[in-house]
Ligand binder design. Structure first.
Ligand SMILES: Cc1cc2nc3c(=O)[nH]c(=O)nc-3n(C[C@H](O)[C@H](O)[C@H](O)COP(=O)(O)OP(=O)(O)OC[C@H]3O[C@@H](n4cnc5c(N)ncnc54)[C@H](O)[C@@H]3O)c2cc1C
Length: 465
């Protein structure tokens, strides 16, 4: 089989790249060892968000009496929940398979290995197939990191994948890792009624985000009675009659034991850059397994490209898809194609939700800007009040001299949707004044962005500046 391009991995980076390649007239094949859609569609973004929506509804039903609605105590059918979630996954992955096929992309099932700069061997249960292509795009993604003492067994120690298909609701969950995946899944189990405890080795939850967001999230976890131990290290566990006893070294140097029914280990993800035959061909792969790339997503070998989680942080589906479009354009001959986004939004579907785009104040200062900050609380938003979700705020950071928006950080209702507006603003080089002067529909949550931008100039109307 001979192609213009072959893509290894059908996650959101790989399948988007393959479809765009086909749209640009390139004869394209895609090799996938597991399931079309990759981590994101099968065991990541989509199934986790399905469970989050269900758990939020479950919690809201339990609290509906504040609005005078009496429905009684909700109960959970775990098997039906997982079946519903699986149906969503099937619908989406089936849709992507259909799109690949209808665009003329050849789908090759099996595990690919690059044996020559223009040759991939695909191993499957039916043997080895050779795929030849002028260009190779590596989009093999990432896998959950296992830490010593906590081997994933799907029963006592869960990876995020296990947490998406529980057989029953565990009474007590201990989560190792206070990053976004651990917290999102923590809220799912908490909303459904489990006791949830979080152990994070660094000094704050969501360590990669704006420190004020971490602080606000810590308050929210406390309010929801989800104990968090920061600067703490889970060392191991043993099985007892009372449950799994996890030994944790706390930040004061003391060791404490916590009993739970299941441990969810969610300490980050490791790139799948190794073992693909790339190093043998002279493609640079870092010790950690990341593949360095140039703005066109080319590796140091000019016809081999890499996109998605395997190229580095941020490991996010939309970042991988955007890289996929650039690589496809470059392969099709667009010499101007380059991955240089002004802004990549980051969203966390906790309760309240979190969204960030652009620089934090510290990053802005480090880059030589003079950051000015405007903030607006959701408790002053009529829409937030009418939704009965008033926790959190919107923060806009702009440069003092140019007024250009540098970053927007939000915690509160629906902020994962609201972040689209400031992402566009940053992408287009808008100023805080642009945001403030844009007429926002009333009553809506994005008004908080307008008011935060106004606050930055000490002109917000609905709070004292
Ligand atoms: C629980 C969870 C929730 C998440 N939520 C979000 C979210 O809300 N938003 C967000 O943006 N991101 C989220 N992510 C991250 C997101 O899933 C990843 O960033 C994204 O899937 C990366 O896409 P990718 O195409 O680079 O790789 P992947 O999705 O990992 O796909 C790579 C594919 O390559 C295949 N493959 C690997 N090696 C080979 C080989 N040798 N031959 C053939 N095929 C191979 C794999 O089977 C896989 O299907 C979440 C992740 C998890 C685990």
């Amino acid at each position: 089989m001979s192609f213009d391009a072959v893509v290894l991995g059908a996650g959101p980076a790989g399948y988007v790249c393959a479809i765009r390649l086909a749209q640009l007239g390139q004869k394209t094949a895609i090799v996938e060892s597991k399931a079309i859609g990759g981590v994101c569609l099968n065991v990541g973004c989509i199934p986790s968000k399905a469970l989050i929506s269900a758990s939020k509804l479950f919690k809201q039903i339990g609290h509906a009496d504040v609005m005078g609605i009496r429905v009684g105590e909700p109960s959970l059918d775990v098997a039906k929940l997982v079946e519903w979630k699986d149906k969503i996954v099937d619908q989406l992955t089936g849709g992507v398979g259909h799109l690949l096929a209808k665009n003329g992309v050849e789908i090759v099932q099996g595990s690919g290995r690059v044996v020559e700069p223009r040759k991939v061997e695909v191993q499957s249960s039916s043997g080895i197939q050779v795929v030849e292509a002028d260009n190779i795009v590596v989009a093999t993604g990432s896998r959950p990191i296992e830490i010593p003492g906590f081997h994933f067994d799907g029963e006592q120690v869960w990876s995020s994948t296990d947490a998406l298909s529980p057989k029953e609701l565990p009474r007590r969950v201990l989560i190792i890792g206070g990053g976004y995946i651990g917290l999102e899944l923590g809220f799912v189990y908490k909303n459904f009624g489990s006791e949830v405890r979080v152990v994070e080795a660094l000094d704050r939850v969501l360590p990669n985000m704006d420190p004020e967001l971490s602080k606000e999230m810590t308050k929210s976890l406390k309010k929801r009675k989800m104990p968090v131990h920061v600067g703490a290290k889970a060392q191991g566990y043993r099985e007892t009659a009372e449950g799994l006893v996890v030994t944790v070294e706390l930040n004061n140097g003391k060791t404490e034991e916590f009993t739970c029914d299941v441990i969810l280990s969610s300490v980050g993800r490791s790139p799948n850059g190794g073992g693909l035959g790339l190093e043998e061909l002279g493609v640079e792969v870092t010790d950690k397994g990341f593949i360095p790339v140039d703005p066109q997503r080319r590796t140091n070998i000019s016809n081999i490209y890499a996109i998605g989680d395997v190229t580095g942080q941020p490991m996010l589906a939309h970042k991988g898809s955007a890289e996929g479009l650039v690589a496809a354009a470059a392969i099709a001959g667009d010499t101007g194609a380059a991955f240089d986004p002004a802004a990549i939004p980051l969203v966390v579907f906790t309760d309240p939700e979190i969204a960030s785009v652009g620089l934090t104040e510290e990053e802005a200062s480090a880059q030589g800007f003079e950051p000015v900050v405007g903030k607006f609380p959701f408790r002053a938003s009529g829409r937030a009040l009418s939704l009965n979700e008033t926790d959190g705020w919107t923060k806009v950071i702009a440069d003092k001299h140019t007024d250009k928006i540098l970053g927007v950080h939000m915690i509160g209702p629906e902020v994962t949707e609201l972040v689209a507006e400031p992402t566009l603003a940053i992408e287009m080089g808008a100023t805080a004044e642009d945001l403030a002067m844009t007429i926002h529909a009333h009553p809506t949550l994005p008004e908080t962005l307008m008011e935060a931008a106004e606050n930055l100039h000490k002109k917000a109307v609905h709070i004292l500046n």
